[in-house]
Design a binder for this molecule. Structure first.
Ligand code: ADP
Ligand code: MG
Length: 340
């Protein structure tokens, strides 16, 4: 079926029909604006993320259901990084005429998979035609008590730097996809990342992190944001960066430098946060309960500089920086270049 057979309002009705009643809000889809009522005493936190065909995804490398799941996951990850409970979202789309109704149904099904899993309700959006690529924009709202909301700016010298899960998998997954691979953990982590929502909320509600961010641009770049906004520096130990076994094997067989992928690759959607050393054991206990691992990779220092120390004690220089939309993408040097 073609989009022109159902039209803009047919498509909106199709989307609205997938919204679960249990996420009902005072005013949902169908009016000129939605109406929500935040829980008493909470701050409403709002985030927005766009995904653009040719910039963020390639129709040859992904499928519509994964694209829907990922579109929601990247916004959920921002909510997790603030330590807040995600509640509602708006979905805006620019749809090229060649996109089929079947494709959109699968895309919406992917969005609803993650929406239902994390209990966020779709309350509105906008639907337009696009003359070039497929454009997705999601705005998400969440809530948290002001004193439990975690920002990037609270890190102080002496704090330990922690990261959940493993990093680098997604960046390697993209390289594997570009070489025709369609399976395995790195590919899955690139196409269908899992946002660490329960982890972010648990940490925030226990008031443990002094600063937190989710890793979207790459561990080094995102740590850089915490350092800038907190006015501090950091020392990171290369060998303590958590890497998965499939990642190590993949880098080895493709002759890629694992550390430059892990530090600059991006799209990990893990949480990077700082905690006072006395709280470290509480962090581990808390995150074990959510099923996530946590690794201490270094500590915050006074000098406003990020130093990365290799296993032999020398300073490691990162060849590639994280992703920057206007400076171009991070290039990933192979092992020989990285060592030079
Ligand atoms: P308006 O012309 O007043 O902007 P629209 O016709 O664009 O209204 O939208 C009608 C209703 O459908 C609104 O409640 C809007 O939030 C909702 N809506 C439009 N597009 C989407 C979408 N892609 N996903 C969810 N809700 C949507
Ligand atoms: Mg509109």
């Amino acid at each position: 079926m073609k989009l022109q057979d159902i039209g803009e309002f047919g498509l909106i009705d199709r989307i609205a029909g997938k919204v679960r009643d249990k996420f009902s809000v005072p005013i949902g889809i169908g009016d000129d604006a939605a109406g929500i009522r935040p829980a008493e005493g909470t701050l409403t936190l709002v985030t927005s993320d766009m995904l653009i065909e040719g910039v963020h995804f390639d129709f040859n490398l992904t499928d519509p259901r994964s694209l829907g799941r990922k579109s929601l996951a990247v916004n959920l990850s921002d909510m997790a990084a603030m330590g807040c409970r995600p509640r509602y979202f708006l979905l805006s789309m620019g749809v090229p005429s060649h996109v089929s109704v079947d494709f959109l149904d699968a895309f919406i099904a992917g969005i609803m998979d993650r929406a239902d899993q994390f209990a966020v309700g779709l309350i509105g959006g906008d639907t337009c035609s696009s003359k070039s690529g497929f454009v997705i924009s999601i705005t998400m709202m969440g809530e948290q008590l002001p004193e439990q909301t975690v920002r990037r700016s609270g890190a102080v010298p002496g704090d330990m730097i922690c990261v959940t899960g493993t990093v680098g998998d997604s960046a390697l997954g993209l390289q594997l996809l570009q070489r025709g691979e369609r399976e395995g953990l790195p590919v899955l982590r690139h196409l269908d990342p899992v946002p660490r929502v329960a982890e972010g909320m648990a940490l925030a509600e226990a008031r443990l992190p002094s600063a937190m961010i989710d890793i979207s641009d790459g561990l080094a770049a995102d740590l850089g944001h915490i350092l800038d906004q907190s006015g501090v520096g950091a020392c990171v130990h290369l060998e303590s960066i958590p890497l998965s076994e499939p990642f190590r094997c993949g880098c080895n067989s493709m002759d890629l430098d694992p550390f430059s992928l892990a530090l600059a690759g991006g799209e990990d959607y893990e949480l990077l946060f700082t905690v006072p050393p006395a709280q470290q054991h509480l962090v581990r206990e808390l995150l074990t309960g959510t099923g996530s691992s946590v690794t201490v990779i270094g500590n915050i220092t006074e000098s406003r500089h990020l130093s990365i120390i290799a296993g032999d004690g020398s300073e490691y220089t990162l060849a590639a920086k994280g992703y920057d939309h206007f400076s171009g993408s991070a290039s990933v040097p192979d092992r020989r270049e990285a060592q030079q």
